[in-house]
Design a protein around this ligand. Structure first.
Ligand code: BES
Ligand code: ZN
Length: 634
């Protein structure tokens, strides 16, 4: 079962030399002929944006917005500073479901037009630029159904008293709340003023306040240039807890203590990555624990990682996720995929870094358990996907970039880097990666650029090494090449042995030495259980280990698969509570998919979904609607 849903550095100076983006991203190509290893300028074309940054590029954004919880709208102005490359007379921005009221420069109205809106891409917003108009102000409002934003009623929060607003811009949802060049190839700095109801704390992916203001007005500054998908906003009843000199966590008051305990190791993680890959370049690193509807485990918004509360297990057992989001401060936020076809440069590198951080904090055995779980995920993803979608370099033209969010980018990417590390030795590879981040900092890079850099700086004409690495096969070929690293875990082998004795009747349930199992050993156990356990075995397991009532979201998720597969009724209430109580797509998707396989279960799924759907973020409903063939109104 694939737990993740389907879903390059070019500096502006480089981009300026290219004439690339097509007028209509939706029409820009078939998917079949793009597996060519040839490095070409076309690699830089972002087929998921209408913007033509080679002509005019946004260099700074200033937002001035009212956050209106009554109408579920942001309303105000986005002022864009533009750099023109040559003699151009218009700028094209991305906009989806935005109401544009006016566009001005130097106090005068400019001509603008919105083109036809397409599914997931939205519409091109074209603004005529007279001479000297290098700063344009767009007055606009968002739609209540803006896909990036979720407006929560008080009862959908932990505190229950105040409303909450959260955003999710990756991959191409920033255009639903800010008119911008919504492509990872463009970076800009930003500043913002937000007005929220007094009493609420407003936060962004920027320098943030630690305390609520009395008048509800907040100012933000992001002095480092970032791509649009890292724009983020949140507002709610939030408290701050320090986690050291440069780290902290914001959470709703009822969760603040638990969050501060769970994420205690954050500063140590920052030190660990810095020791490996160079200085943290973003100032502070804070976490924001969101209400349970947040559709992802985490999102690496710069200076402020957004997190699901389902990562708070009480025993720090799921904090590899913090390591992951922190690692993006190097792989992703500092060195960014230039297009969504290069997504593995963000996620594969990040999973590799995450593994190194966890190894530094918890040791190799621990990190190898994580790697082995990832290896299992990768295997089922490769089995499920058409071969052409298992290349590291993707071909997402004509599709929502969300479809690239599979274990290929994450896990095949990780094992590619791990394989290189094993072939050249850790020391040499660490230096190589550190140089890669350093030399491409604040740039957006293509897969071809990485491959060239690897050839020049690591392979460097060593034919034998090139033969061993098989770079082409990994990057532009299907599946998992033969030289993929083998991962072993003694702990997992032991878990499997115990399970085998129990299943064969050689041992009784009470003989399982599971009391000291870590979360990851439990996950290995639950994933390895046959789907045809009998009712008695399900009951035995549950009685012995209280699986139905576990507070660990990952363990519960793995257990609920068996609850569904075996029609284990004592688990139904927990299944329903889980599906209605949180909106994390990685958990929702496989459970609804499993339920949809059986007609009776599918009906149950539809009933649960009808109840849960209004509480989910648009990112999750887009996926689950499809699984259940949902046609009801939203
Ligand atoms: N950047 C991703 C989340 C994302 C990717 C959102 C693509 C939208 C489009 C984030 O870093 C991530 O990978 N989150 C994972 C966590 C993980 C692999 C530890 C998640 O949410 O499951
Ligand atoms: Zn990630």
């Amino acid at each position: 079962m694939n737990p993740r849903t389907r879903l390059a550095m070019v500096s502006l100076a480089c981009l300026a030399g290219l004439a690339c983006s097509p007028q209509d991203p939706a029409d820009s190509g078939s998917t079949s002929d793009q597996a060519s290893p040839v490095s070409s300028e076309d690699d830089r074309t972002d087929v998921h944006s209408y913007a033509r940054p080679a002509e005019v590029a946004v260099r700074h954004l200033d937002l001035d917005l009212d956050v209106d919880f009554e109408s579920h709208r942001l309303r105000g102005t986005a002022t864009l500073d533009l750099t023109r490359h040559g003699n151009v007379s218009e700028v094209v921005l991305d906009a989806r479901d935005l109401t544009i009221e006016s566009v001005q420069a130097n106090g005068s109205d400019l001509q603008w037009s919105l083109g036809e809106s397409k599914p997931y891409l939205g519409a091109p917003l074209t603004v005529q630029l007279p001479d000297g108009a290098d700063r344009i102000s767009i007055r606009y409002a968002t739609d209540p159904a803006a896909a990036a934003l979720q407006w929560l009623a008080p009862e959908q929060t932990a505190g229950g008293e105040h409303p909450f607003l959260l955003s999710q811009s990756q991959a191409i949802l920033a255009r639903t709340w800010v008119p911008c060049q919504d492509t990872p190839a463009v970076r800009f700095t930003y500043s913002a003023t937000l007005r929220v109801p007094p009493g609420l704390l407003a936060l962004m992916s920027a320098e943030n306040p630690a305390e609520p203001s009395t008048d509800g007005v907040y100012s933000f500054e992001m002095p480092q240039p970032i791509p649009s998908y890292l724009l983020a906003i949140a507002a709610g009843d939030l408290e701050f807890r320090s986690l050291g000199e440069r780290a902290g966590v914001y959470a709703e008051p009822p969760l603040a203590d638990a969050a501060a305990y769970e994420f205690e190791d954050t500063s140590e993680m920052i030190d660990a990555v810095e020791a490996l890959y160079g200085p943290y370049r973003w100032g502070r690193y804070d976490l924001l624990v969101l209400p349970p509807s947040f559709p992802f485990g985490g999102m690496e918004n710069p200076r402020l990682t957004f997190l699901t509360p389902t990562v708070i297990a009480g025993d720090k057992s799921l904090v590899a996720l913090i390591a992951h989001e922190l690692a993006h401060s190097w792989s992703g936020n500092l060195v960014t995929n230039a297009t969504w076809d290069d997504f593995w440069l963000n996620e594969g590198f990040t999973v590799y870094l995450e593994q190194r951080i966890m190894e530094a904090l918890r040791g190799k055995e621990y990190a190898d358990m994580l790697a082995l779980l990832g290896r299992q995920d990768l295997k089922s993803t490769i089995d499920d996907l058409p071969a052409e979608d298992t290349h590291l370099h993707l071909s997402l033209a004509g599709r929502d970039p969300d479809e690239g969010m599979t274990d290929i980018a994450y896990e095949k990417g990780r094992f590619f880097l791990r394989m290189i590390e094993e072939q050249v030795g850790r020391e040499r590879f660490d230096t190589f990666l550190q140089n890669w981040f350093e030399s491409h900092a604040f740039q957006s890079v293509t897969t071809a650029q990485f491959v060239d850099y690897l050839e020049e700086n690591l392979i460097a004409g060593d034919k034998e090494l090139a033969e061993k690495l098989q770079v082409e096969a990994w990057v532009y070929g299907p599946g998992l090449p033969q030289n993929a690293p083998r991962v072993e875990s003694r702990a997992f082998t032991e878990v499997a042995a115990q399970m085998a004795s129990w299943l064969s009747g050689r041992a009784r349930i009470a003989d399982l030495e599971a009391n000291d199992w870590t979360t990851h050993e439990w996950l290995h156990f639950l994933r390895g259980l046959p789907e045809d356990l009998d009712a008695e075995q399900m009951r035995e397991l549950d009685q012995q280990f209280n699986l139905t009532s576990t507070g660990n979201s990952e363990i519960l998720h793995a257990w609920l698969h068996h609850v569904i597969a075996r029609n284990y009724e004592p688990g139904y209430q927990a299944l329903e509570d889980f599906l209605t109580g949180m909106g994390r797509r990685k958990f929702l998707k496989p459970l609804y998919e499993r339920m949809a396989k059986d007609e009776q279960m599918k009906q149950r799924a539809a009933a649960i979904y009808a109840q849960a759907r209004p509480g989910y973020h648009a990112v999750s409903t887009a996926t689950i609607d499809e699984i259940l063939g949902w046609t009801g109104e939203s």
